[in-house]
Design a protein around this ligand. Structure first.
Ligand code: PGA
Length: 249
């Protein structure tokens, strides 16, 4: 019912030359993918990536967007700039942005609104830290993070956003949530959306799992009823590995 979506988050890896090489290697390997495929590349790679992506269905994604249209915001990029550069998807509120760059639920929400208004599809990241899971706060936290991020959007806009559930303790650590843990928490996120916006909306929202997802664990995770895709860090940097995730069974 929901088309799966697999997105690569390259983080601060690969300049334009390597970006083109990776995309060119990836293209033939994912040409028959059933899933929507996205590569979220560093900003300096947009032009090279756009050229390399010609003739493929792989979509271009960014890793952040600012919430103002223009102005004195050194180092930031607006939704209109991303759009003009050919970007269609944008990761917002990744835990690394929250942890190292001071992003809050409120700024995440502003960025989500700016992205949607600017015609981009946000991939909104939520997830708990290890101590929050151990203290039993996971469900309340992810529900809150999700609803705050969606504030101000219309129901039709919400249907099109992507949520990525990324337990912080599983990112880049080799630790993955079990299939059941990931499914259960994604179910909590969907219920939170349902309670506020109704089932017609919550049934449409695609919710990914992220955190050490790789060719070995992708099939188990994707077999879960609530999991609609993945946000892939480390394993998106090698064409063969990312293709195996994209072509999950
Ligand atoms: P990882 O990163 O796959 O390397 O754990 C996922 C992410 O941070 O989006």
């Amino acid at each position: 019912m929901r088309t799966p979506i697999i997105a690569g988050n390259w983080k601060m890896n690969k300049g334009p030359k390597e970006a083109a090489e990776l995309i060119n290697a990836l293209k033939p390997l994912v040409k028959d993918a059933k899933a929507t495929v996205v590569v979220c590349v560093p900003a300096v790679d947009y032009a090279a990536a756009k050229t390399a992506l010609r003739g493929s269905k792989i979509k271009l994604g960014a890793q952040n967007v600012h919430y103002k249209e223009s102005g004195a915001f050194t180092g930031e990029l607006s939704a209109a700039m991303l759009k003009e550069a050919g970007v269609e998807y944008v990761i917002i509120g990744h835990s690394e942005r929250r942890q190292y760059f001071g992003e809050t639920d409120e700024t995440v929400n502003l960025r989500v609104q700016a992205a949607v208004e600017g015609g981009l599809i946000p991939i909104i990241c939520v997830g708990e830290k290890k101590e929050q899971r151990e203290a039993g706060y996971t469900d309340a936290l992810v529900a809150y993070q999700t609803l705050i991020a969606l504030t101000g959007l219309t129901e039709d806009q919400i249907k099109k956003v992507i949520i990525a559930y990324e337990p912080v303790w599983a990112i880049g650590t080799g630790l993955t949530a079990t299939d059941e843990q990931a499914n259960e928490t994604i179910g909590v996120i969907r219920s939170a959306i349902q309670m506020k916006y109704g089932k017609r909306v919550s049934d449409k929202v695609r919710i990914q799992y992220g955190g050490s997802m790789n060719p070995k664990n992708v099939n188990g995770l994707m077999a879960q009823s609530e999991i609609d895709g993945g946000l892939i860090g480390g394993a998106s940097l090698k064409a063969e590995d990312f293709a195996k995730v994209v072509n999950f069974e």
